[in-house]
Design a protein around this ligand. Structure first.
Ligand code: AMP
Length: 173
């Protein structure tokens, strides 16, 4: 499957200068969707994952399907003010300003084998913050998974020491 050809790049969205990687064209294609889930499943099936964590918003699309396939539970990491119960938060730097993500304190038990998932790995800031939240709660991070990695932004230097698996990697814009 040539997944690369199914990804649509929209220049200057949502802001000038950003080459937006649109995965709706992957998701709407039955074979491409199946390829994504099957590829992730193949990679993680023997790793005894007990929770798959999706990052809001587009991490919520595949993470529950993958959790179901792996026989694991699904946990959301959300933007601030969305989760109703007791939670912890992590602030992180953006190019301009800061952002925050949150997770419920009882999302998983200490020592659980956790897989984190998002659609796109860009600068790595979001996933680094998500890893901090999971580790603060005592989760064991087994892997970080992405459909797309923007390797030319060097995101791996922000998330060192983890097993990172991306289906498509771009070495230039
Ligand atoms: P970062 O924290 O820079 O790794 O950004 C990751 C988050 O921003 C992910 O949740 C992505 O969905 C989104 N994102 C960043 N850059 C892009 C891009 N070029 N195309 C699509 N989504 C992006």
């Amino acid at each position: 499957m040539d997944l690369n050809s199914k990804i649509r790049t929209i220049p200057d969205f949502p802001k000038k200068g950003i080459m937006f990687k649109d995965i709706t064209t992957v998701l709407q294609d039955a074979e491409a969707l199946k390829f994504c889930i099957d590829s992730f499943y193949g990679y993680y099936k023997d790793k005894q994952i007990t929770k798959v964590i999706g990052i809001e918003s587009r991490g919520f699309i595949l993470a529950p399907a993958l959790a179901y396939r792996l026989g694991a539970g699904f946990v959301p990491i959300r933007k601030p003010g969305k989760l109703p119960a007791e939670k912890i938060r992590q602030e992180y730097k953006l190019e301009y300003g800061t952002d925050t993500i949150e997770i419920h304190k009882d999302a998983f038990q200490k020592g659980e084998r956790v897989l984190l998932h998002d659609d796109v790995l860009a600068t790595g800031g979001t996933m680094a913050a998500a890893c901090n939240l999971v580790e603060e709660l005592g989760g064991q991070i087994i892997g970080l998974s992405f459909i797309i990695e923007l390797a030319f932004l060097n995101p791996r230097k922000k998330i060192t020491g983890y097993d990172i698996h991306s289906l498509v990697s771009y070495s230039s814009e």
